[in-house]
Design a protein around this ligand. Structure first.
Ligand code: MG
Length: 338
């Protein structure tokens, strides 16, 4: 059992803007766990607001006792509990190992990762294409180039939100997923905007206000005609109980919750509490995306567009049919290099 990790800088096709910043590249750490001629692939994509860096990922990986991440000696939940107990935080680093362990487990047992969780691929939701904050003419160009997607996720919180939505609507009539990324500051104005967005074909709104302002987000949820989804406010399994009082649903990302196993537990808990479930991503290669896609049929909505937003994905881009990611029947994640 050996872990090899390398830094990799993803290049974005367009500068990616959300309410708080714009960027053109994104650093990830790609890992490989090798065992008896088989390789499990994993990926850590660090979100700025969670405080991880390539250096912190490497230093976490050095703390792992390789004997304990052995998918023939230990079960996936046992490996998860071992990794989680090494240190708090480091969720993207833990996710990288968890994903690679799932890929390797699948290869050892000749099983696709989605089958580990008894997922029915027929329930795969469409994946949205995310359009970052940009000039209306660039937004129109992005939407025009991506008409294979059957929903568009629109980033708002810009100061010219209606112009952005109108630009998208000029190019497509598909349902809109809205993400304010905490960018709205007045709950009454946010509610007015949500009512307008509903008329424009919006399906739900993610993180309208500051993640720490449960009362304002809760007030919006209570009055909103559309479901309100916690993203920045939602990190881990332990958050689900609290958030059910303030939101209609949660956005799960493997990088926030330490990987596939905890994500599967969050999905079970959210289903029990009646929360809507969205599965999303950071800027990621096909590796972390295929791991999330394996669980996506258990969710209401998916936003797994990472590979389509970058120009140097080291793995083949997943295949889409009717805007839905096709899960591979190959053992593990079904990844292959380009
Ligand atoms: Mg979001």
């Amino acid at each position: 059992m050996k872990i090899v990790a390398e830094n990799y800088q993803l290049k974005l096709e367009y500068p990616f803007g959300i309410a708080s910043y714009t960027r053109t590249t994104h650093d990830v750490v790609l890992i490989k766990i090798t065992y008896q001629g088989l390789t499990g692939y994993g990926e850590a994509s660090m979100a700025k607001y969670l405080g991880e860096t390539p250096q912190s990922v490497h230093s976490f990986l050095k703390k792992i006792d390789k004997d304990y991440i052995h998918p023939e000696k230990y079960t996936i939940p046992e490996i998860y509990h071992y990794l989680n107990g090494i240190e708090t935080g480091n969720t993207a680093a833990k996710a990288a190992v968890d994903i690679a362990v799932h890929d390797l487990y699948g290869k050892i047992h000749q099983q696709s990762c989605y089958k580990i969780y008894q997922v029915n691929p027929e329930n795969m939701p469409v994946t949205s294409l995310t359009v970052g904050i940009d000039k209306p003419e660039i937004i129109r160009e992005k939407v025009r180039k991506s008409l294979q997607f059957k929903s568009v996720k629109v980033k708002l919180g810009s100061g010219y939100d209606k112009a952005i939505v109108e630009a998208v609507k000029q190019e497509t009539d598909v349902p809109l997923y809205i993400d304010a990324n905490q960018g709205w500051t007045d709950k009454h104005e946010a509610l007015d905007m949500i009512c307008w967005l509903q008329e424009k074909g919006a399906v739900f709104v993610e993180q309208p206000m500051d993640k720490n302002d449960d009362d304002a987000n809760g007030w919006i949820t209570e009055h909103s005609p559309l479901p309100i989804i916690a993203d920045e406010a939602m990190q881990r399994l332990a958050d689900v109980d609290r958030l059910k009082s303030y939101y209609s649903g949660i956005n799960i990302k493997l990088m926030k919750c330490a990987g596939m196993y905890e994500a599967s537990e969050i999905i079970k808990k959210a289903q029990q509490t009646g929360l809507k479930i969205m599965i999303g991503c950071m800027t990621e290669t096909s590796c972390a995306i295929m791991a999330a896609a394996a669980l996506a049929p258990l969710c209401d909505w998916a936003d797994l567009d990472g590979p389509w937003l970058i120009t140097n994905n080291p793995y083949a881009t997943p295949a889409l049919a009717d805007g839905k990611i096709i899960l591979s029947e190959k053992p593990g994640l079904g990844l292959y290099s380009v």
